[in-house]
Design a protein around this ligand. Structure first.
Ligand SMILES: [Fe+2]
Length: 399
């Protein structure tokens, strides 16, 4: 995770700014522009991270003010004594904010046209318009989330599904795996899901990536972390929204590590074991124990996957390995942790596994690859609606 500083240090001489739209997909005359984002990651009650890219290398920072205030603070990224510069991908942490408060921010950047040992030349200076966001209300009794999965690079379908849920009321959007089929082009996270997210909600509220078994594939899979925030450096984590705890787990690849598809360069058995040890500890933390509602989000479900294999007396088929491991490693902990509901995907088929149907003390909703979930969490219940591509309600139920 990068560090940022409140920009007393990183601000240099004021320079004249050209106002530009942050997301300019067409840049035919090679102007210096913000070409992706901004999108927020990891918004909490006291801060957030602003991600964006510029069309060529520069020095960038974020200006922030409380809504209605003229008092602007500046934040830039800082690591090991150096202020981040001569880069195109920016991750700028905003800290020290007040819970449940509205803020406005904008991006500012100067192109760096020359960078030699003792000579640096700046080119164009640009600034975006102002965007709005709100910090998490750490005492909120009610929270709302969107969950969508298995889009497999289909940004049009993703956009269409987002249009069926009241995004303005959501605290966060969970992308529950296989949003990409395999990662082989640097632009792919933007074209698959980030640009649409920016258009629809991500300048104001974060999305959280739950890795599926497809984000782990392709020559760039190891670079996904450059595009999304991983709290504590892990794809799994605990996210708090007032009185609701959301536990994100990473089910990893679906087959054995020694399967020929992976050529000996995966270690997901070890990863899931390490995650299970973390899980045993996180469910004992005060914030998790004291939450009124507890939701689990994981791409591969513990039961009911394809091929269905819940008979643990037989060796699992290769594609059911992760499913069996989720069942073996995570379920004993979750079954004893007062979980209210689990959301999964992966199978591309809807399923509702009722409490006790297998060895599960909570219901499991498996979403297909062409529907979106709207989830409202209140102290009394968790209400789930599922909408298909046409906007028809496929499920409307309280748990
Ligand atoms: Fe999957």
């Amino acid at each position: 995770m990068k560090n940022s500083i409140n920009i007393l240090l990183c601000f240099m001489a004021f320079f004249s700014l050209t106002l530009v739209n942050a997301q300019e997909s067409e840049n035919t005359d090679n102007k210096y522009v913000f070409n992706h984002g901004p999108y927020l990651q990891g918004t909490t009650d006291t801060g957030t991270y602003v991600y964006f890219t510029t069309s060529s290398k520069g020095f960038s920072y974020v200006e922030l003010r409380k809504q209605g205030s003229e008092n602007v603070q500046k934040y830039c990224a800082y690591n090991d004594g150096l202020i981040e510069a001569y880069n195109t991908m920016n991750t700028i942490e905003i800290t020290g904010l007040t819970p449940n408060t509205s803020y406005e921010y904008r991006l500012v950047s100067k192109e760096i046209t020359k960078f030699q040992p003792y000579t640096l030349a700046y080119g164009d200076s640009i600034a975006s318009g102002w965007y709005h966001f709100k910090t998490v209300d750490n005492r909120a009794k009610k929270s709302a989330f969107v969950v969508v999965n298995d889009m497999h690079d289909n940004s049009e379908k993703y956009k269409k599904l987002l249009s069926h849920v009241p995004l303005k009321d959501a605290d966060a959007v969970f992308l529950n795996g296989d949003i990409m089929t395999y990662f082989y082009k640097p632009e792919q996270p933007f074209t698959s899901f980030i640009d649409v997210s920016v258009d629809e909600f991500a300048t104001e509220k974060p999305f959280i990536i739950t890795r599926g078994n497809h984000e782990t594939r392709g020559p760039l899979a190891r670079r996904l972390k450059e595009y999304v925030l991983r709290p504590d450096g892990k794809y799994y984590g605990l996210y708090m929204y007032g009185e609701t705890a959301v536990l994100v787990l990473d089910s990893g690849e679906d087959k054995y590590d020694h399967h020929r598809e992976y050529y000996g360069i995966t270690a997901f058995d070890q990863y899931r074991e390490e995650q299970a040890e973390w899980l045993k500890k996180v469910v004992l933390t005060d914030e998790f124990v004291n939450a009124r509602k507890r939701i689990v989000i994981i791409h591969i479900p513990p039961f009911g996957g394809h091929p269905v294999n819940v008979d643990t007396t037989k060796p699992p088929r290769p594609g059911a390995h992760s499913l069996s491991e989720v069942n073996r490693l995570f379920m004993p902990v979750l079954n004893n942790s007062n979980i209210d509901i689990m959301f999964s995907g992966h199978t591309h088929r809807h399923a509702l596994i009722e409490t006790g149907e297998y060895d599960n003390t909570f219901p499991i909703v498996i979403n297909d690859n062409k529907s979106i979930l709207w989830v409202e969490s209140t102290p009394r219940k968790i209400h789930v609606k599922i909408f298909n591509e046409e906007g028809e309600m496929m499920l409307n139920r309280s748990f």
